[in-house]
Design a protein. Sequence first.
Length: 217
Amino acid sequence: MDFARWEPPRSEILQLRGLSRRIQALLVNRAQEKNRRHADEAVDATSPAILESIERHIAALEDEMEILAQAATDLIQADRQLAQRFAHLTSVKGIAKASAITILAELAVLPDDMTVRQWVAHAGIDPRCRESGTSVRGQVRISKVGNRHLRRALFLPAMVASQHEPQVRAYYQHLLERGKKPLQALVAVMRKMLHAIYGMFKNDNDFVGDKFYAVKA
C-alpha cells in the first residue's frame, strides 16, 4: 500500500468536539442529580437543605451547559462549512440545536473519503448476526462497536422525527407493519437518517423528505 500521510482535523473541529463532549458529560451529571432529588424527595427524613443543594447544583449545571452550547454555536457560525452543515442538520424535524451540535461535532472529525457504510459502522448501528459455532444463530442486532457519542446523539432525533417528520413517520410505520419491533424500527430510522445526513453534507442541501422515503399514493 502507498503511504498516506495522516492529516489531523482542524483545530476548530477538535474544539467543537471537546465542547460537545463536555456538554454531554454535564448532561449525565444533571440526570444523576435529578435521580438523586427524586429519591431524596421520597424520604421524609431528608433535610430541606439537601434538596436545596441539589436544586442549586442542577441550576449550576444547566447554566454551564448553556454557556458551552453558546460557545459551540459561535464556533460553528464562524466557520462557513460548519455553519452550512449545521443548517442542513436542523432542517430535519427532530434534530434540534443540542443534537445538531453533537452530531456535527462527531462527524466533522471523520475523513472526507469515508463512505456512508463506514459512517454507519463507525456509529455502531450496522446490523450483526449473533452466531456461536455452526448451530446457534441468534437475533440480528446492531454491533454497538464504534462511536457511542454519535449513536446516542442520533437516538432522540430519530424518535422525534418518527413522530413529526411525515416521510420519516411513514418509514417507521412501514417497518412496524413488516413486523419490526418498535426499537428495531427506531434503529433502522437512525441508520437511514445517517444516510440522509451523509447525502446532505455531500450535496450541500437541506433535508428532502421524499428522498428519505417516498410515500406511495
